[in-house]
Design a binder for this molecule. Structure first.
Ligand code: KIV
Length: 277
């Protein structure tokens, strides 16, 4: 059966991204659906199927609403819509923290059922054993340190990291632990700029910043933030490259007016017998 699915010569691999350390910055956006993956794929190196999907598409208050089934379904959709970018799928909260065996089983399910190229999990020293075991099972891992959205309830809110000497020491230890465990790259989120820059200098693996530093080895944004579709508060670290909120609202208003005025559908949208045209 013919398919419009994108075809590329080959995918960017985690190993290629690792080799980009200190070079041209790595471009990453999140995607959760087939059409958005198709639109982003020619432009980015890395697509992250983030657990932010729980908030962005499903309306949950935080990323704790993400489930394994959700991540697998969105991971599959993004894989169908991309052919060139490396695709990383987030491990949802509750799927890896308790035991190493559970972490490996969850990573294996995401890897096998989506065909993605790597998984991402949040935490440093606390999850180093899980990262090492998943890597040993043959699944590339991206780490995630700094502000950890999955810890929002434990920490009583979203707290920028790297403000105190004690916290900076903990962050550096997290960064070293993630690298030593075998991650091929690490997201640094919501961290004071000089600390994110220092971690980027210190590590041999690429750092991907979000609310971190332009001196990271790459940057990531949530796609809905980047195109101005976010309907609630837009975080400080976001730059909106379009204002789709306004475009969608204007289109909905124009459609509503056309329907109410019987201006839509017009004859060109209808199947009218030739003798009645
Ligand atoms: O879930 C997500 O979108 C993320 C990015 C913000 C890094 O983890």
């Amino acid at each position: 059966m013919a398919s419009d699915a994108p075809v590329a010569a080959r995918r960017i691999t985690p190993a290629e991204l690792l080799a980009r350390k200190g070079g041209v910055p790595i471009v990453c956006l999140t995607a959760y659906t087939y059409p958005i993956a198709r639109l982003l794929d020619p432009h980015v190196d890395l697509i992250l199927v983030g657990d932010s999907v729980a908030m962005v598409l499903h309306g949950h208050a935080n990323t704790l609403g993400a489930t394994m089934d959700m991540m697998v379904a969105h991971g599959q959709a993004v894989m169908r819509g991309s052919a060139r970018a490396c695709v990383v799928v987030d491990m949802p909260a509750g799927s890896y923290e308790d035991t190493v065996a559970n972490a490996v089983a969850s990573a294996q399910r995401i890897f096998d059922e989506t065909g993605c190229h790597a998984v991402k999990l949040e935490g440093g020293t606390a999850v180093a054993a899980q990262i090492a075991a998943i890597v040993a099972a043959g699944i590339p891992v991206m780490g995630h340190i700094g502000l950890l959205p999955q810890w929002v309830e434990k920490e009583g809110g979203y707290k920028i990291k790297g403000r105190s000497d004690e916290n900076i020491a903990a962050l550096l230890a997290d960064a070293r632990a993630v690298e030593a465990a075998g991650a091929f790259s690490v997201v640094i989120e919501g961290t004071m700029e000089p600390v994110a820059a220092e971690i980027s200098r210190m590590l041999a693996i690429p750092t991907i910043g979000i609310g971190a530093s332009s001196r990271c080895d790459g940057q990531v944004l949530v796609i809905d933030d980047a195109v101005g579709l976010t309907v609630d508060r837009v975080p400080k670290f976001v730059k909106e490259y379009a204002h789709l909120r306004d475009i969608v609202a204007e289109a909905a208003a124009a459609y509503a007016a056309d329907v109410r005025n019987r201006a839509f559908p017009a004859p060109e949208h209808l199947f009218i017998p030739k003798d009645k045209a």
